[in-house]
Structure formats: structure tokens, C-alpha cells
Design a protein around this ligand. Sequence first.
Ligand code: GAR
Length: 218
Amino acid sequence: MTAPIKLVVLISGNGSNLQAIIDEIECGRLNAHIACVISNRADAAGLQRAAKANIKTKVVDHQLFESREDFDQALMQSIDQEKPELVVLAGFMRILSDPFVEHYLGRMINIHPSLLPNYQGLNTHQRVLDAGESEHGATVHYVIPELDSGPVILQARVPVLADDDALTLADRVHQVEHKIFPESIRRIAAGEVTFSHGVVYYNQQPISYAQQQFNMLP
Ligand code: GAR
């Protein structure tokens, strides 16, 4: 067994995706170690989840900084102190500056609640309902300077049901997020998924669309 991949997880809120990662590590399915959970909000419920799992936490409150660049600099310092191999954005609701993103290029991943490239940005569930879509989902991708545009590692689809509201739909999306996020980290930790020059590789070959689809994978 190789050494566990060292993670820093960034959160802003509830932390259910953080919890899914913690659970997969604790049950031995994910060979990873969370060195630290960092939140930009002191009241993020995910901080309690981390504390309960005996994981170190830090708060870098964006309100205490005059500019995005100053906040990003402080956040970068907090992350780099931990020397992570992978930075995991698990519901981290801050736009990151280009220098920050470039510093972690190829070693920072994000989960987004839509089938990217569709529905970048906020309020995805309501927007999907308003558009009358029959399908929705979630995407794990490497982070690049363009918001919600990085190359895809895994994507999972869910149906939109006739009686859905934004909450029921969000709940269904969360269920698949909790599968594809730990699974993406597992693939990176195992060396199955790699990133080079803006391209994701799956077992040394540029990843195909089929390999990005969670349900179609072996
Ligand atoms: C998740 O649905 C995640 O996809 C979304 O925030 C939620 C966090 O939930 N992320 C974004 O919208 C990023 N643009 P959680 O705190 O329960 O994990």
C-alpha cells in the first residue's frame, strides 16, 4: 500500500462532501489523509464535521482582507504550510484569483452542481428547473483560471422529476456528488487520473467522454 495522498479541503458551508470524503477514508476505501480543513467562514458547519473526525481546522475569513488578492495570499500560505498533494474545493464559495489558481494548477479539484459545461455559476438547481431540463447532475474537474471550466474528471447524471423543487433536486445531486468526489480523489491517489498541460489522462490516455461518465465506468 502506498502512502496516503495528503489533502487540504476548502469549505464554506455544510460540508456534506467533506463528510463523504471523511467516511470513505475511515472505512478504508480511500487511501488519503486530510491534513487540514480550511473555511472562509467561521460558522461553516463543515468545521464541526472535521473537528469530530479529529482533523485540524483553520478559518481564513475573507471579510478581514481588503482585496481578493490579499485573501488569496493568506489562504495560499495556510494551505502551503500543510504541503498538500491535492487541494480539494468542497463547496468553497469564493472566486479565486488567477495567480492562486495557477499556483495549484493540476493539483486542485472542484465539485460543481451541474453537468458542466452547462450551468456554470450559482443557483444551478433552480435554473435547471426553470429551463425545463429532464436531466441534471454534478461534475468534478481540475480548476483552471476560467470559472467552472476546467477539464472533467468525473460526471454523474440524475433525472429531473415532475414534482421536483430546488431542494429535492439539490438533494438528489448531493447523493451523486458524494460518490464521484471521493472516487475522483481515489483515482488521482492511485495514479489512474493525471493532469498535464490542460488535459486529464485516464490510465495514461487522454480521458474519453465515456470514462468521464460515472455510471458508464467499469
Ligand atoms: C455542493 O453541491 C457543491 O457542488 C457546490 O456547493 C455544494 C456544497 O455542499 N459547489 C459549488 O456550487 C461551487 N461552485 P456541501 O457543503 O454540503 O458539500
